[in-house]
Design a protein around this ligand. Structure first.
Ligand code: TMP
Length: 206
Protein backbone atom coordinates (compact mmCIF):
# COMPACT_ATOMS: atom_id res chain seq x y z
CA UNK A 1 0.00 0.00 0.00
CA UNK A 2 1.23 3.48 -0.74
CA UNK A 3 -1.41 5.93 0.34
CA UNK A 4 0.75 8.70 1.75
CA UNK A 5 1.80 11.57 -0.48
CA UNK A 6 5.34 12.69 -1.08
CA UNK A 7 5.92 16.46 -1.15
CA UNK A 8 9.20 18.24 -1.74
CA UNK A 9 10.23 21.86 -1.37
CA UNK A 10 12.98 23.34 -3.50
CA UNK A 11 14.66 26.60 -4.36
CA UNK A 12 17.93 28.47 -4.50
CA UNK A 13 19.66 29.90 -1.42
CA UNK A 14 17.76 32.37 0.78
CA UNK A 15 14.40 31.62 -0.77
CA UNK A 16 12.60 31.06 2.55
CA UNK A 17 12.51 27.27 2.51
CA UNK A 18 12.55 26.78 6.30
CA UNK A 19 9.70 29.19 6.99
CA UNK A 20 7.56 27.77 4.23
CA UNK A 21 8.39 24.18 5.13
CA UNK A 22 6.94 24.89 8.58
CA UNK A 23 3.93 26.51 6.92
CA UNK A 24 3.24 23.40 4.80
CA UNK A 25 3.72 21.10 7.80
CA UNK A 26 1.29 23.15 9.92
CA UNK A 27 -1.18 23.32 7.03
CA UNK A 28 -1.23 19.52 6.73
CA UNK A 29 -1.32 18.87 10.47
CA UNK A 30 -4.26 21.25 10.82
CA UNK A 31 -6.10 18.87 8.47
CA UNK A 32 -5.16 15.85 10.59
CA UNK A 33 -2.66 14.54 8.08
CA UNK A 34 0.32 12.77 9.64
CA UNK A 35 3.40 14.29 8.07
CA UNK A 36 7.05 13.35 8.41
CA UNK A 37 9.32 16.33 7.82
CA UNK A 38 12.76 15.49 6.57
CA UNK A 39 15.54 16.89 4.40
CA UNK A 40 18.21 16.17 1.84
CA UNK A 41 21.04 15.63 1.87
CA UNK A 42 20.26 13.96 5.18
CA UNK A 43 17.24 12.57 6.96
CA UNK A 44 18.96 9.60 8.67
CA UNK A 45 22.11 9.49 10.84
CA UNK A 46 24.20 8.06 7.99
CA UNK A 47 22.78 10.44 5.40
CA UNK A 48 23.35 13.39 7.78
CA UNK A 49 27.00 12.35 7.98
CA UNK A 50 27.16 12.40 4.19
CA UNK A 51 25.55 15.86 4.28
CA UNK A 52 28.39 17.01 6.52
CA UNK A 53 30.89 15.70 3.98
CA UNK A 54 29.11 17.47 1.13
CA UNK A 55 28.64 20.86 2.77
CA UNK A 56 32.03 21.21 4.46
CA UNK A 57 34.40 23.64 2.86
CA UNK A 58 37.71 21.94 2.19
CA UNK A 59 41.03 22.57 0.49
CA UNK A 60 40.84 19.40 -1.58
CA UNK A 61 38.88 20.03 -4.77
CA UNK A 62 35.70 17.95 -4.76
CA UNK A 63 35.34 15.84 -7.87
CA UNK A 64 31.90 16.44 -9.42
CA UNK A 65 31.16 12.76 -9.92
CA UNK A 66 32.14 12.08 -6.30
CA UNK A 67 29.74 14.84 -5.24
CA UNK A 68 26.95 13.39 -7.39
CA UNK A 69 27.42 9.88 -6.01
CA UNK A 70 27.52 11.10 -2.41
CA UNK A 71 24.22 12.89 -2.97
CA UNK A 72 22.64 9.71 -4.31
CA UNK A 73 24.25 7.52 -1.61
CA UNK A 74 22.61 9.67 1.05
CA UNK A 75 19.34 9.55 -0.91
CA UNK A 76 19.34 5.73 -1.12
CA UNK A 77 19.65 5.54 2.65
CA UNK A 78 17.00 8.21 3.20
CA UNK A 79 14.51 6.47 0.91
CA UNK A 80 15.06 3.05 2.49
CA UNK A 81 15.00 4.21 6.11
CA UNK A 82 12.52 7.08 6.11
CA UNK A 83 10.60 7.86 2.95
CA UNK A 84 9.34 4.45 1.83
CA UNK A 85 8.39 3.18 5.29
CA UNK A 86 6.45 6.39 6.03
CA UNK A 87 4.58 6.36 2.71
CA UNK A 88 3.85 2.65 3.10
CA UNK A 89 2.06 3.20 6.39
CA UNK A 90 0.04 6.05 4.93
CA UNK A 91 1.93 9.03 6.35
CA UNK A 92 2.82 11.98 4.15
CA UNK A 93 6.44 12.91 3.67
CA UNK A 94 7.58 16.51 3.29
CA UNK A 95 11.21 16.79 2.28
CA UNK A 96 13.32 19.93 2.25
CA UNK A 97 14.92 19.17 -1.15
CA UNK A 98 15.10 15.93 -3.13
CA UNK A 99 16.29 14.89 -6.59
CA UNK A 100 15.24 18.14 -8.28
CA UNK A 101 18.09 19.69 -6.30
CA UNK A 102 20.46 17.26 -7.98
CA UNK A 103 19.17 18.20 -11.43
CA UNK A 104 19.46 21.87 -10.46
CA UNK A 105 22.79 21.96 -8.55
CA UNK A 106 24.79 19.09 -10.07
CA UNK A 107 23.06 19.28 -13.47
CA UNK A 108 22.47 23.03 -13.88
CA UNK A 109 25.07 24.44 -11.52
CA UNK A 110 27.94 22.05 -12.15
CA UNK A 111 26.94 21.19 -15.72
CA UNK A 112 26.82 17.41 -15.26
CA UNK A 113 25.04 15.31 -17.88
CA UNK A 114 21.30 15.13 -17.19
CA UNK A 115 21.12 11.61 -18.61
CA UNK A 116 23.60 10.37 -16.03
CA UNK A 117 21.52 11.95 -13.26
CA UNK A 118 18.42 10.31 -14.72
CA UNK A 119 20.14 6.92 -14.71
CA UNK A 120 21.04 7.30 -11.05
CA UNK A 121 17.52 8.49 -10.31
CA UNK A 122 16.14 5.26 -11.79
CA UNK A 123 18.70 3.12 -10.03
CA UNK A 124 18.20 4.66 -6.59
CA UNK A 125 14.51 5.50 -6.67
CA UNK A 126 12.88 3.01 -9.00
CA UNK A 127 9.60 4.75 -9.77
CA UNK A 128 9.50 6.84 -6.58
CA UNK A 129 8.85 10.46 -7.55
CA UNK A 130 7.32 13.32 -5.53
CA UNK A 131 3.56 13.80 -5.91
CA UNK A 132 4.15 17.53 -5.67
CA UNK A 133 7.26 19.67 -5.81
CA UNK A 134 6.94 23.26 -4.68
CA UNK A 135 9.65 25.41 -6.19
CA UNK A 136 10.21 28.72 -4.46
CA UNK A 137 11.58 31.02 -7.10
CA UNK A 138 13.46 34.22 -6.38
CA UNK A 139 15.87 36.65 -7.96
CA UNK A 140 19.25 35.04 -7.28
CA UNK A 141 20.91 38.20 -5.96
CA UNK A 142 18.09 38.88 -3.54
CA UNK A 143 18.23 35.29 -2.28
CA UNK A 144 21.98 35.36 -1.77
CA UNK A 145 21.75 38.62 0.16
CA UNK A 146 19.21 37.00 2.47
CA UNK A 147 21.31 33.82 2.84
CA UNK A 148 24.49 35.75 3.63
CA UNK A 149 22.77 37.24 6.68
CA UNK A 150 22.56 33.76 8.22
CA UNK A 151 26.26 33.53 9.04
CA UNK A 152 29.09 31.49 7.60
CA UNK A 153 28.54 30.13 4.10
CA UNK A 154 28.82 26.39 3.34
CA UNK A 155 30.54 24.90 0.27
CA UNK A 156 27.50 25.40 -1.98
CA UNK A 157 26.55 28.82 -0.66
CA UNK A 158 30.08 29.96 -1.47
CA UNK A 159 29.54 29.45 -5.22
CA UNK A 160 29.42 32.45 -7.54
CA UNK A 161 26.33 34.22 -8.82
CA UNK A 162 26.33 32.53 -12.23
CA UNK A 163 26.29 29.09 -10.57
CA UNK A 164 23.00 30.01 -8.86
CA UNK A 165 21.62 31.54 -12.06
CA UNK A 166 22.11 28.11 -13.67
CA UNK A 167 20.57 26.36 -10.65
CA UNK A 168 17.53 28.63 -10.84
CA UNK A 169 17.19 28.15 -14.59
CA UNK A 170 17.30 24.35 -14.17
CA UNK A 171 14.54 24.46 -11.55
CA UNK A 172 12.39 26.66 -13.76
CA UNK A 173 12.95 24.41 -16.74
CA UNK A 174 11.79 21.35 -14.78
CA UNK A 175 8.71 23.17 -13.48
CA UNK A 176 7.69 24.29 -16.95
CA UNK A 177 8.27 20.85 -18.48
CA UNK A 178 6.00 19.06 -16.01
CA UNK A 179 3.29 21.33 -14.59
CA UNK A 180 1.43 18.32 -13.14
CA UNK A 181 4.16 17.61 -10.61
CA UNK A 182 5.53 21.11 -10.07
CA UNK A 183 4.17 24.33 -8.68
CA UNK A 184 6.38 27.38 -8.89
CA UNK A 185 5.77 30.13 -6.35
CA UNK A 186 7.17 33.63 -6.60
CA UNK A 187 9.15 33.89 -3.37
CA UNK A 188 10.01 37.53 -3.98
CA UNK A 189 6.49 38.49 -2.84
CA UNK A 190 5.52 39.24 0.76
CA UNK A 191 5.48 36.18 3.00
CA UNK A 192 1.70 36.51 3.28
CA UNK A 193 1.29 36.34 -0.50
CA UNK A 194 3.76 33.46 -0.83
CA UNK A 195 1.78 31.49 1.72
CA UNK A 196 -1.52 32.31 0.02
CA UNK A 197 -0.09 30.85 -3.17
CA UNK A 198 1.14 27.74 -1.35
CA UNK A 199 -2.27 27.37 0.28
CA UNK A 200 -3.93 27.34 -3.15
CA UNK A 201 -1.55 24.68 -4.43
CA UNK A 202 -2.18 22.50 -1.37
CA UNK A 203 -5.97 22.92 -1.64
CA UNK A 204 -5.77 21.41 -5.11
CA UNK A 205 -3.77 18.46 -3.84
CA UNK A 206 -6.13 17.22 -1.14
P1 TMP B 1 20.15 23.43 2.41
O1 TMP B 1 19.33 22.22 2.77
O2 TMP B 1 20.52 24.24 3.57
O3 TMP B 1 19.57 24.21 1.30
O4 TMP B 1 21.59 22.91 1.94
C1 TMP B 1 21.76 21.82 1.14
C2 TMP B 1 22.72 22.17 0.05
O5 TMP B 1 23.00 20.99 -0.69
C3 TMP B 1 22.19 23.20 -0.92
O6 TMP B 1 23.17 24.17 -1.17
C4 TMP B 1 21.93 22.41 -2.18
C5 TMP B 1 22.84 21.23 -2.06
N1 TMP B 1 22.30 20.03 -2.71
C6 TMP B 1 22.86 19.58 -3.88
O7 TMP B 1 23.79 20.18 -4.39
N2 TMP B 1 22.33 18.48 -4.49
C7 TMP B 1 21.29 17.78 -3.97
O8 TMP B 1 20.82 16.78 -4.55
C8 TMP B 1 20.72 18.24 -2.72
C9 TMP B 1 19.57 17.51 -2.11
C10 TMP B 1 21.25 19.37 -2.14
Amino acid sequence: MNSGKFLTLEGTEGVGKSTNLAFVRDWLEARNIEVIVTREPGGTPLAEEVRGLLLAKREEPVNQTAELLLVFAARAQHIAQVIKPALARGAWVLSDRFTDATFAYQGGGRGLDKNVIQQLERMVQGDLRPDLTLILDIDVKLGLTRASQRGELDRFESEALDFFERVRAAYRERAVANPKQYAMVDAGQSLEKVQQDIDQVLQKLI
